[in-house]
Design a protein around this ligand. Sequence first.
Ligand code: C2O
Length: 483
Amino acid sequence: MNNNPATDRTRRKFLRDAAAVAGGTALAGASGLWPSLAAFAQDPPGGCPTPPAGGAQFQPGQDKRPIVLRKSISALSAAELTTLQNAYAALRGLGAGDPRTWILQADMHALYCQQCNNDNTQIHFSWNFFPWHRCYLYYYERILGSLVGDLDNFRLPFWAWENARSMPSPYLTPAAAANSLWDSLRDAGIQAGGNLPAGDGSQARIDHLNNVTTDFASFGGTVFSTGACENNPHGLIHNDVGQPFGQQVDMGNLGFAARDPIFFAHHGNIDKIWSNWNALASGGGTAHKNPTDAAFLNARWSFYDENKNVVSISAADVLDHPTNLRYTYKEFVFRIPPIYEIIPCRFICCDPGPLHEPFLQFDPSALAKVQNLTSGPVDVALVLKGVEIPRGITGTYEIFSVRGERKVLLGRFAVVGEVGNRAKDKTRRMTLLLDATASVRDLAVKERPATLRLVGASRGARPFKLRAEAAELRISAQSTKKD
Ligand code: C2O
C-alpha cells in the first residue's frame, strides 16, 4: 500500500525537491532535465483502496441542518477562513486506517475513475460527472465540518475563477506544509500567484454555456459523452493548475487531483455553475433541465460519511441541493432569456483528398442565413457532438478555423490525465462548444471553407484526428448577461 502517510510524505518531499530543481533549470533556459523528471511522476494510489459498497441509502429529508450559503473564498470572513484551515489540518492529521483521511478521500476520487481500473464506475466523461462530484463534495464537506465541530454550518467555499483569475491566496501562502490549504504539486506560475490563461473559465465562457448549451446533453453530457462544461472550463483549469512542464501533478491528473485542497474549491465552482444553469430553467420544455432518464437518476454511489460509515446516495437525491443537501448559492439572475437558432451543417472529415482537415458543409438555405447575419451583437457557437477522444489522449488542446491566411482560435478544451491501466483505456466522446463568432464567414461559405485545425496546447498533448458525429451552429441575437 502506498497510503501509509509516512511513505506519502517522503514521496511528496521527493517530488517537491525534484520540482524545485526542474523549476530552476527551466528558468535558466535549459530543458534537458524535463524528460528525466517524467520518471518521477507520481505513482497511482497504492493498490487503490477497497471501494466502499452498499451502505445505508440516503433518504431525502434526512438532513435537517439549516440551509447555509456556500461562499466564494474571497467572501469568507477571517474566522471562516481559520475554520477552513483548521478543518483541512484536522483532515490531514487523521491517523492511517481512518476512511476519512485526506489521502483516502483523495483516493475515493481515484476509485471512481480509470485510475483504479474501475471503468464501470468511471464518473468522468459522461452525465455522471455533475451528480457524482456533488455527492462527493457533500460527504467531504460533512467530514470537514464534523472535524471542526460545526457540521451544521460549515460549508465548502468555491474558487470563482471567472472573477478571481489567480488562485486564492490562502491556498498559496504561506507556501509551506504548515498551511493545510497549500499543495506543493502545482504549476509554478499559478503557485507564484499568476493568472489563469486568458479565457479559461472566463465569465464570457460561462455566459456562452448558459446561453447556447441549454440542452443537458451539450452542457452536462450523456450516458456515453462528455458535456462541454466538463472539458472547458472544468478540465482546462485542472490542467492549468496541474501541468507544470507538461508534467501531470495533483490537479493535472484525476488520480491525484483531490489531494490538492483547491480541487474542492474548483469543484465547488463547477457545482455552482451547474446549479446556476438549472436556475435558468423556466416553464415547460427541457431547456436548462436535468435528464429525467432512469439511468441518469438512479445512478448510485457509495461514500464514507463523517462517522466513518459507508453510505450510498443517488443522482436523484442531489438534484435539489438546497432541500436535500442543505446548501445553496447566491441567487443567480439573468436579464435576457437565452434564445438561439440552430443552423444545421455536416462535419466533413478525413477526406482522402488534399484536405486532411475537417470542414463544415451547409445547405444553400443555411448558407443564406449566415450571410444575412447582421454585424450586431450576434453570438455564433459551433457545437461539435460525439467528438472522439482516442485512447491515451490527455492534455489541453486548441481548435482553429483556418482559411487561407486567416487563422482564428475557436476554443480550448482539456482532457484531464489519468495514470491507470492503459489496457482499460477506452475511446471516449465529448461535446465541444466553440466560439465561431469571428470566423463564421470563413466556416460557412460554399467555396473553400475554412478547415478545423486541432493542435496540442500543453506538453504531451498529442494532436489527433478531429472526428465528430454531428455539427451545428447555434446563433443567438444577444448574449445573456448577468445583472
Ligand atoms: Cu473528478 Cu475535476 O475531476
